[in-house]
Design a protein around this ligand. Structure first.
Ligand code: ATP
Length: 462
């Protein structure tokens, strides 16, 4: 096992042990490529989403929010090109029936299929190199012919015929389509003018063939997408501005800049003008965290053509009529979550011990403050600590913990990334002060109880 796989295994174990991420349906033996977020995981995911939402909508005069439904008319996915072109090359191992992606197997023999290759080319190259490939599951070399497999997840919503394949309604494969089909509604009902954006956070579903690498690639996931509608002449400037902002977003979440890099798409989709991904250095290598793409007028033109509705914009000043161009920022909550915990994960050697600590940026840490009475069975300490907890919990997610020794309580909070621990001891009863311990430096100092709120406000940055 490589060092990096070990690192990922440790992170997965901590995520499970501390209630961040659970494999789905565990009591029934699991359900592949689906995960549930536990008490701390759901808080961390919420904090990431809230920060994104604040940056994207609250702090932007010309970007509005949307919460469109997961289901749409199936026509949406025909117009968008997903029904005909959203696929991966799938094949099966004839010995163990493992489902595999031809492009992934090619990678294992050093052939990297990127945007330069069409799916047909990938399949062709695979077939030409057939003898080199082994099934990663059983080691045999007997595969079925690769076939194009559509990633859209189908449902029988509204279909009472019993024929599941007939007119399926799709679970959305991305949140962006919900934005395009509401572009006109938003224009007509809010006071936006080009350039403007529509932001949305929500679930998306893809029948990923090989879902591996923990929550990096799952079949149900959440996206944070912003589609920005512009005049074609604005593309270059607005695209550069968006790229800068999205890079800064990840730095603001505490990710080390060395662990981020840009990847330019070498061969663009036929409609795209420019496409870059922000990649994060996951334990399994640099992989896509978010895509920033200039999509031209493809999406609105397609929906205009298929729906028969004009989606043109009339500039109120110049009277110019045109279909707006789109630039988008499209990121995954799960991938941001994984990048954040990988980046924050540290093992530190102490004098007689080691500690595992998640140095998560304070503003998104799930629990901001833990409050401990030094001893659990001393009523006065207990009550004083409870009083502090009751005061602070209106403002911050706090935890009260009176179990075990203080060292163990610190370790637990370190592992869930709590920035501050407050301990009430016997001096607190005399002096109305407490010990406050910093997660990262482990330094402790005394603060008057009446100054605690100000201290936290100044230091938590929320
Ligand atoms: P990949 O090439 O890794 O499959 P993609 O290029 O298909 O990703 P997009 O369609 O651009 O991804 O989706 C935008 C974002 O949504 C991605 O940058 C990623 O953060 C997230 N995302 C896409 N697919 C998944 C998935 N299966 N699981 C988790 N997140 C995903």
């Amino acid at each position: 096992m490589t060092k990096n796989n070990k690192q990922l295994d440790k992170i997965i174990a901590l995520a499970k042990r501390r209630g961040f991420v659970y494999p789905s349906s565990e009591i029934y033996g699991g359900f592949a490529a689906i995960y549930d977020f536990g008490p701390y995981g759901s808080l961390l995911a919420k904090n990431i989403k809230d920060y994104w939402w604040k940056k994207m909508t609250q702090e932007k005069e010309n970007i509005v929010g949307l919460d469109s439904a997961i289901f749409t008319s199936p026509k949406v996915w025909e117009a968008s090109g997903h029904v005909s072109g959203f696929s991966d090359p799938l094949m099966e191992c004839k010995n163990c029936n493992a489902r595999l992606r031809a492009d992934t197997l090619l990678e294992e023999v050093g052939v990297f299929a990127d945007e330069k290759m069409s799916e047909k080319e990938i399949i062709e190259i695979f077939l030409n190199n057939k003898d080199k490939h082994k099934c990663p599951n059983c080691g045999k070399k007997d595969f079925s012919e690769p076939k194009s497999f559509n990633l859209l997840v189908k449902s029988n919503l509204g279909n009472f015929t019993g024929d599941f394949e007939k007119d399926p309604a799709y679970l959305r494969g991305e949140t962006a389509q919900g934005i395009y089909i509401n572009y006109k509604n938003v224009m007509d009902t809010s006071r936006v003018k080009i350039p403007f954006g529509i932001a949305q956070i929500g679930k998306a579903f893809r029948n990923e063939i090989t879902a591996r690498q923990f929550i990096f690639r799952t079949r149900e996931f959440e996206q944070m997408e912003m589609q920005y509608f512009i005049h074609p002449d604005m593309t270059k400037d607005e695209y550069e501005k968006l790229k800068k902002e999205r890079w800064q977003f990840y730095l603001d979440l505490g990710i080390k800049e060395d662990n981020l890099k840009w990847k330019k798409h070498e061969k663009l989709a036929f409609y795209a003008k420019e496409a870059y991904d922000i990649e994060y250095n996951y334990p399994f290598g640099f992989k896509e965290l978010e895509g920033i793409h200039a999509r031209g007028d493809y999406d609105l033109s397609q929906h205009s053509k298929h729906s028969g509705q004009s989606l043109e914009y009339l500039d109120p000043e110049t009277k110019e009529k045109y279909i707006p161009h789109v630039i988008e920022a499209s990121g995954g909550v799960g991938r941001a979550f994984l990048a954040i915990i990988c980046d924050a994960y540290c093992e530190e050697e102490l004098e007689n011990d080691t500690r595992t600590v998640l140095k998560i940026d304070k503003k998104i840490a799930p629990i901001k403050v833990a409050i401990f009475p030094l001893l659990k069975n001393k009523e006065k300490l207990f009550n004083k600590a409870k009083e502090i907890y009751n005061n602070l919990k209106n403002q911050y997610y706090c935890e009260f913990d009176s179990s075990g020794n203080i060292g163990k309580r610190y370790r637990r909070q370190d592992e869930i990334g709590t920035p501050y621990c407050v301990t009430v001891d016997f001096d607190s009863l005399e002096n109305d002060d407490v010990t406050i311990r910093d997660r990262d430096t482990m330094k402790q100092h005394r603060v008057k109880i009446e100054d605690l709120e100000t201290f936290l406000k100044d230091n938590l940055n929320v």
